[in-house]
Write a protein that binds this ligand. Structure first.
Ligand code: IPM
Ligand code: MN
Length: 348
């Protein structure tokens, strides 16, 4: 029997609730499809920071490296730890340390879910560069608190980083409907984004079967609302991808439905799976959080681990539940009820 070693980082707030729900579903899938998940839980969170002064131990990265995958709930408890501290202490360093340069976020309406748009439907795969760009961490502040204070935050784009995310996106487009939209702001940002556009054209030469559109981020924001059905694979820089995928979440019914995978494509390190939503401290531990984004992220993890039939069955079970109206509208069903409906569909 195949055993996959999974590091669980439930994190903060509803991250804990939705991780527990997801693991129930994945355990049921493992039993049904004949594989095992050997999980180890790492309770790293804002509480860890309050107790120890760090979000994770100094050897945290080393301890995670040997796992087949990482599943993360959510990070952040801004009342006690500033977000810029907690995120730079856990989530963001993991993405970089394990070279998870491809952040994949699917946006479509699950069966039974009504988004805010009048649309026949859409099926978008956002590919977000996940290790550099506007999140490079290069910058600084001087003369703090004085009139001449300066802050810089430098976006860094490397040929290696841009080319590999574009190749990854072209591969995804080739495997889907054969269309890629590359999102930049090269009319205003004349160095990095023109560079991105040039590399897009270079890489496109290797993919004659994929049609490419170039769009600016502002026009893209409008398009995702006005004509999302025209989009297939979308590729963007770290920050642009971050913003567009919250918009993608909104048009698919909300953050409760937005799944994500941080992929290290060459598998030299573990990939990490997490819902797009945050820790939502106001509803933590109250059996209110919608676990669907988290469960879908779990299905993406199974798929990455090669358990493709189980992954498809989990997603089908989610849609059986939502198709019956369970988990479709905020507040109508609790975390436990939605999880039970998915489990029942999976075991049927
Ligand atoms: C996301 C989140 C993170 C990001 C935050 C929490 C740092 O918004 O995964 O989209 O910006 O990457
Ligand atoms: Mn985000």
């Amino acid at each position: 029997m195949n055993t996959h070693r999974i590091a669980l980082i439930p994190g903060d707030g509803i991250g804990v609730d939705v991780t527990a729900a997801t693991m129930q579903v994945l355990a049921a899938a493992a039993a049904r499809f004949g594989f095992a998940l050997a999980t180890e839980t790492f309770p790293w969170s804002c509480q860890t920071y309050l107790d120890t002064g760090a979000m994770m131990p100094a050897d945290g990265i080393a301890r995670l490296r040997g796992f087949d995958a990482i599943y993360l709930g959510a990070v952040g408890w801004p009342e006690t730890v500033p977000d810029a501290v907690s995120l730079h202490g856990l989530l963001l360093p993991l993405r970089k340390a394990f070279d998870q340069y491809a952040n994949i976020r699917p946006h479509r309406l699950l069966k039974g879910v009504e988004g805010p748009l009048r649309t026949e439907g859409f099926d978008i795969l956002c590919i977000r560069e996940n290790t550099e760009g506007e999140y490079s961490g290069a910058g600084g502040r001087v003369h703090q608190g004085r009139d001449n204070e300066v802050a810089t935050e430098t976006a860094i784009f490397t040929r290696k980083g841009v080319e590999r995310i574009l190749r990854f996106a072209f591969d995804q487009a080739r495997a889907r409907r054969g269309h890629l939209t590359s999102v930049t702001k090269s009319n205003a940002q004349k160095y990095s984004m023109v560079f991105w556009d040039e590399i897009t054209r270079e890489v496109a030469a290797d993919y004659p079967d994929v049609t490419v559109s170039h769009m600016h981020i502002d026009a893209m924001a409008a398009k995702m609302v006005m004509a999302p059905q025209d989009l297939d694979v979308v590729v963007a820089s770290n920050l642009f991808g971050d913003i567009l995928t919250d918009l993608g979440a909104a048009i698919q019914g909300g953050l409760g439905f937005a799944a994500s995978a941080n992929i290290c494509p060459d598998r030299s390190a573990p990939s990490m799976f997490e819902p797009v939503h945050g820790s939502a401290p106001d509803i933590a531990g109250r059996n209110i959080a919608n676990p669907i984004a988290a469960i879908w992220s779990g299905a993406m993890m199974l798929d990455h681990l090669g358990e493709t039939a189980a992954a498809a069955a989990v997603l089908a079970a989610v849609e059986t539940a939502t198709g019956r109206g369970i988990g479709c509208r905020p507040g109508a069903h609790g975390t436990g009820e939605i999880t039970a409906a998915v489990l029942a569909a999976l075991e049927a």
